[in-house]
Design a protein around this ligand. Sequence first.
Ligand SMILES: [Zn+2]
Length: 284
Amino acid sequence: MADMKSWQIGDVKVTRVLEQEAPLPPEGLIANIDADRLVEHESWLKPHFMNDEGQIVLSIHALVVESRGKTIVVDTCMGNDRPLPMDIEPLQTNFLSELETVVQREQVDYVLCTHLHFDHVGWNTMKVGGEFVPTFPNAKYLFGREEYEYWSGDAEDVNIDLQYGVTPVVEAGLHELVPSDHSITDEVSLEPTPGHTPGHVSVRIESAGKRAVITGDLVHHPVQLAEPTWGSHPDAQPERAAETRRDFVARYGDTDVLVIGTHFAGPTAGRIVKVGDSCRIECD
Ligand SMILES: [Zn+2]
């Protein structure tokens, strides 16, 4: 598995299972971008987070977290065989067999979705005989209560994201609505990071004196930590999202906390090093 990466945080192991990595023009994702400032960041963004053509590189992956004998899958990518928004062709990847080199799907204890966008709930389900059924039949699927209520509140908002990745799970009775600071084990807990969506959460890991955090989509690309006002076009609450990014850098900058980016390409994880009023990500 050339693309399989893993990190040990104390007694907790995190393994990245890749669905897709792709370059795109910076302005295709990032709002309020300043081209001159972006050039200033190139030295640390290249080669992993930006390619030679100046395109930003994004990854879509799941993170398998093993803690206290429990296996937790954090975010489940886009999934196979289903209609996708934004003119994306339905996928047919070998993600599930890659995942099963880490854990058999029947052995997964928890699925945690940082939020309910289509690229985080996809493999919650799989198509079997024309129907979408839960991929992880013995798991509890943890959805943030605030997030779930936001999406379910308005009937018109029931979209592709929910239809394929969430509704079949709820119908099977496998979901559990949790507060935004829920503890999954005594090593793995959620922290509220609202703005991208109102109930968005990140995942904090603390074990044997080591610490890490899984971002979710509070940030899609590392440059947004250096420039917190550079939002992502899909941010539901842009100002709140910027505040969350600022708080995140204040909380984790110049610390030993390993930041594992949910859409960060290449090494995917690094530490936030403050530089003047900005920062950069330093990877091992
Ligand atoms: Zn996303």
